[in-house]
Design a protein around this ligand. Structure first.
Ligand code: DXP
Length: 267
């Protein structure tokens, strides 16, 4: 029987976490709603982009203070980078500022769907790993690209569910499932495109270790309630996966016995 024990907590490069929900820090209606939503989600890892800094207004400093106040593990990302050089430079700056060697590597290859550039992603990953980073690459659901990333030393992969900000859910469950089956030892996180709690449940049912989302909570009509819904969905999906679902059958089978007495009773 498989149950959730300390030894099978979410493992990200050797650090363990109780929550299997990673959350973004952009697009919330207000800083207060951001803080309250992230707290309600019970996420222990929050991803941030250095690009949020806005020295002209000083707003950037306030944002960083609010993030710091959450007391969570920070996962810097390279959102919005379009070239290897840009992504590597931003990762290096983030390492200094946040004092972490983790980086969620995002390298946009196309403006239409913000698809990661698969070729430059692999090249940038190699540069960053050689520079001592622990890379969490945001990638497409391409099995071969994932294999290259694992061969370079990535212990975590973050294939997309759907393009960022679309809320379309898991567009290609077959491809995500193939990645799960091919890399049983790798920590797999569905990143981007999740729109509703049932998408999160589906990711865990496929055997994924975690999900990362931003828009689904930040752009919900009530972000704080939605954050709670995702917390519950991640737990439900994970427990459902660990429990092992019943086998499906093509023919009906009565679940209520038709022979004998359903309950013992005194005559
Ligand atoms: C915040 C972040 O890292 C995004 O780039 C991420 O991929 C989330 O995407 P969604 O907003 O679609 O959840």
């Amino acid at each position: 029987m498989t149950t959730e024990t300390p030894s099978n907590k979410l493992n990200i490069y050797g650090q363990t976490f109780n929550s299997r929900l990673l959350i973004g820090s952009a697009l919330y209606p207000s800083p207060k709603v951001m803080q309250d939503s992230i707290a309600a989600s019970a996420a222990e890892i929050v991803t941030v982009s250095l690009r949020r800094q806005s020295p002209e207004t000083g707003g950037g400093n306030m944002f960083w203070q609010q993030i710091k106040d959450l007391g969570l593990t920070i996962l810097p990302n390279t959102a919005g980078c379009h070239s290897i050089q840009e992504a590597v430079t931003l990762a290096q700056m983030s390492r200094e500022i946040f004092a972490t060697d983790w980086v969620k590597l995002e390298l946009v290859g196309d403006e239409y769907n913000l698809q990661p550039d698969p070729i430059d992603l692999v090249k940038a990953t190699e540069i960053l790993i050689n520079d001592g980073f622990k890379v969490l690459p945001y990638c497409t659901d391409d099995l071969v690209i994932c294999r290259h990333l694992v061969e370079l030393g990535c212990e975590v992969l973050m294939p997309w569910g759907a393009p960022i900000g679309t809320g379309k859910g898991l567009l290609n469950p077959y491809a995500l499932s193939a990645i799960r089956n091919r890399f049983p030892q790798t920590t797999l996180v569905v990143d981007a495109g999740i729109g509703k709690p049932s998408d999160a449940v589906q990711a865990f049912e496929l055997g994924y270790d975690a999900i990362l989302l931003n828009s689904a909570v930040a752009q919900a009509q009530d972000p704080i309630i939605m954050a709670k819904a995702f917390k519950a969905a991640c737990e439900a999906g994970r427990y459902g996966y660990l429990a092992g679902k019943m086998p499906e059958k093509d023919t009906a089978q009565p679940s209520t016995p038709t022979l004998g007495m359903p309950f013992w009773h005194q005559s």
